[in-house]
Design a protein around this ligand. Structure first.
Ligand SMILES: [Zn+2]
Length: 64
């Protein structure tokens, strides 16, 4: 934990930006032509948060 945890967070980028190179007002990556914030932003955020939750739980508790 501590410094390593902080460095990992920095490497992964800001939590509020699921796709760091794509702005909220840019066209979505899926090609729908909609703005990202109107399209996949919520989906990506949910997916990322569930991935983070899974990572936090870790493999040790998968026995349950
Ligand atoms: Zn999309």
């Amino acid at each position: 934990m501590g410094i390593m945890h902080t460095l990992k967070r920095l490497a992964l980028g800001d939590d509020s930006a699921p796709t760091p190179d794509l702005g909220r007002n840019d066209e979505c990556w899926c090609g729908s032509g909609q703005k990202y914030k109107r399209c996949h932003l919520a989906t990506d955020a949910r997916k990322r948060s569930s991935e983070r939750a899974a990572a936090r739980r870790g493999p040790a508790r998968r026995a349950f």
